[in-house]
Write a protein that binds this ligand. Structure first.
Ligand SMILES: O=P(O)(O)OC[C@H]1O[C@](O)(CO)[C@@H](O)[C@@H]1O
Length: 492
């Protein structure tokens, strides 16, 4: 830390949290941190206690019962843990069974049962996966998402697209069927958006004809008895294979569980490396020294930026197209974890930073005007990728055009990074708080580090703000209004 006036925390992997523009004079100060020292110590103890026992003071389930918080166990693959050598082997066997066998997977889910899966897909597969040959996909199926909305047009078009793909396959090889696997992910097992689109697709695809074979896999809470989910009951009745959303792992923390790992298995993303990255981040956060603990440091700086300096909005801005879904995952994590009406004593506090998704450089031509000249109520969290697998040099194709010749002979990544640095410098010149996380590369390991850092940070911030970071009572209010209205809509 502190080379050339830079404030950075770098892990052995090269993963770096650069908080130079968030800490110091005219920013969050050393004195601010010192003023909350005892609360930081208490927060760290609470996280240690959560890790050891799963207990979080004041946390209750949706039904008002004590509930453990176990996501910190997920990176550790041990027999008896939520992820164990045998559960991972089952996922690998599943992965082998669909490779060179299933043509397409449709993953149904919303919120925590979708957003993390989309991040894994985008980082590993990119935009053009479904247009690639099976060989280029290494035998893994095409993958589509559904259920993350109830949009009638997209749902219909997706089914139509699968039907077309099946027809093309049978035209080329008349005696073969097209195999589509519907992976239905829902912890509660009855979420409207997920189950409605699943039922529409299941029904339509099953009726198309014998040249389409439909298989279903369910991912839901494994509880049996009175707590059994509707999806679990259905899967048991229909004989669908099942994977689990373990008890004590909330949707927005479930990317490290079979919820996220099933997508990894479908596309061939390295599960062990992903969990190893998360584990390395957890280990880095074991220390009570804030200068060495990335989650505690990130949480403390953002908490102080909000509480002391009114920076109540967090703009999450990766400089990478394929990390836009990461910003969307972060929106749920931050909004559901920290957007709370009351603290843990029941006092009204209306806590939480409002998350905004942005992508650099795209949103420099859209949002940056607001970030630079609007209210000073934001922290901009940049994400930088240090090294890219492919990195074209801008060629000097039109030497006669001086302005274009000027930008030639530099790599796209250099231009991208220069733009991010210019944005950060411009914001800093007007006391607009920002920080940068540097990922050495865009791969499963560093993604594991990053997602885990953000998840653990909200746990720390929940402690600092004294709010329950693991419930989401606010989403029940509209659900209570919606339920009866849906019943009235029933077509006779
Ligand atoms: O996995 P489920 O139970 O379908 O829930 C999906 C999402 O809905 C929410 O409960 C909010 O409505 C999220 O917390 C959750 O990730």
């Amino acid at each position: 830390m502190n080379q050339n006036n830079k404030q950075t925390l770098t892990l052995a992997s090269g993963f770096t949290f650069d908080y130079t523009n968030l800490y110091g004079d005219d920013k969050v100060t050393e004195k601010d941190i010192a003023a909350i020292e005892s609360r930081l110590t208490a927060a760290h103890r609470a996280i240690e206690h959560m890790r050891a026992t799963g207990e979080v003071r004041g946390h209750l389930s949706k039904d008002g019962l004590p509930e453990k918080v176990l996501f910190t166990q997920l990176p550790y693959v041990r027999e008896g843990n939520l992820n164990s050598p045998s559960s991972l082997e089952r996922l690998q066997a599943f992965s082998r069974s669909i490779r060179n066998n299933i043509d397409a997977v449709i993953s149904f889910g919303i919120g925590g049962s979708f957003l993390g899966n989309k991040v894994l897909f985008d980082v590993h597969c990119g935009e053009f996966w479904n247009s690639k040959t099976a060989e280029a996909r290494n035998g893994y199926p095409k993958l589509y998402f559904s259920g993350n909305n109830m949009d009638p047009r997209r749902t219909t078009e997706l089914i139509g697209h699968i039907e077309t793909e099946a027809r093309i396959k049978t035209l080329h090889s008349p005696n073969t069927a097209y195999k589509v696997m519907l992976v239905v992910i829902s912890k509660s097992g009855s979420t409207l958006d997920t189950m409605s689109t699943f039922m529409v697709a299941y029904d339509k695809l099953k009726k198309i004809g014998p040249h389409i074979i439909v298989e279903v896999v369910a991912v839901t809470d494994p509880a049996a008895g009175s707590g059994e989910t509707l999806l679990h009951k259905l899967a048991a009745g229909q004989g669908w294979p099942m994977f689990s959303v373990p008890d004590g792992v909330g949707g927005r923390f479930s990317v490290f569980s079979e919820v996220g790992l099933i997508t990894a298995a479908c596309i061939g993303l390295d599960i062990e490396k992903f969990l190893a990255g998360a584990r390395a981040m957890d280990e880095a956060c074991l220390t009570d020294n804030i200068r060495h603990n990335p989650a505690m440091l990130n949480a403390a700086l953002k908490y102080l930026a909000a509480e002391k300096y009114g920076r109540d909005i967090e703009v999450f801005m990766p400089y990478a197209d394929y990390l836009k879904s990461l910003a969307e995952w972060y929106i749920q994590l931050l909004a559901e974890s920290l957007g709370k009406r009351t603290d843990r004593s029941g006092r009204e506090v209306f806590y939480g930073r409002t998350p905004i998704a942005a992508v650099g450089t795209t949103d420099m031509h859209a949002q940056t005007q607001q970030h630079q000249d609007g209210k000073k109520d934001k922290v901009v969290q940049f994400i930088k990728v240090a090294e890219w697998d492919d990195d074209p040099v801008i060629p000097n194709v039109f030497p006669g055009a001086a302005k274009l010749a000027e930008i030639s002979s530099i790599r796209l990544s250099q231009a991208l990074d220069a733009a991010r640095e210019a944005n950060a410098a411009a914001l800093t010149s007007d006391q607009r708080f920002n920080a940068t996380i540097v990922l050495p590369r865009l791969n499963a390991y560093h993604l594991g580090e990053l997602l885990y850092l953000l998840a653990l940070s909200v746990a720390y911030e929940g402690e600092l703000a004294d709010v329950d970071a693991f419930d989401q009572p606010g989403v029940e209010t509209y659900k209570r209004i919606l339920g009866p209205r849906l019943k009235e809509l029933k077509i006779q």
